[in-house]
Ligand binder design. Structure first.
Ligand SMILES: [Cu+2]
Length: 108
């Protein structure tokens, strides 16, 4: 049992270390959308911007689509909202597929 406990503690340390390392500063360019729709907006007759806002209002998160990848955007929702449906450059801390937004601006 002593061996098992040690293995568990070691695994725990390795896990927390990798979580710290996974938190990286990144600049991402993509399309601001919501987690529910992703690339394709589902609401009939709605363009990307109002659809994103409606989805977020009904409980979805803001998201950023970069190629085939989708990141969940956390942070200042009011700032992200200004760019709903638009191409943006997001600076923030990435942890897996979640980005804590530090700044967001229109992509050139
Ligand atoms: Cu939507």
């Amino acid at each position: 049992m002593r061996f098992n406990a040690l293995t568990f503690v070691t695994a725990g340390f390795a896990l927390s270390a990798s979580l710290v390392v996974a938190q990286v500063d990144q600049t991402l360019t993509g399309t601001a959308t919501d987690a529910m729709c992703g690339k394709k907006h589902m609401m009939q007759g709605e363009s990307a911007a109002p659809c994103t806002r409606e989805c977020v209002k009904s409980g979805s998160d803001y998201a950023l689509v970069v190629g085939d990848k989708m990141y969940i955007l956390k942070g200042d929702k009011a700032a992200i909202d200004k760019f709903a449906g638009a191409n943006v450059v997001v600076k923030g801390k990435t942890n897996g597929s979640t980005v804590t937004v530090e700044s967001i601006k229109a992509a050139m």
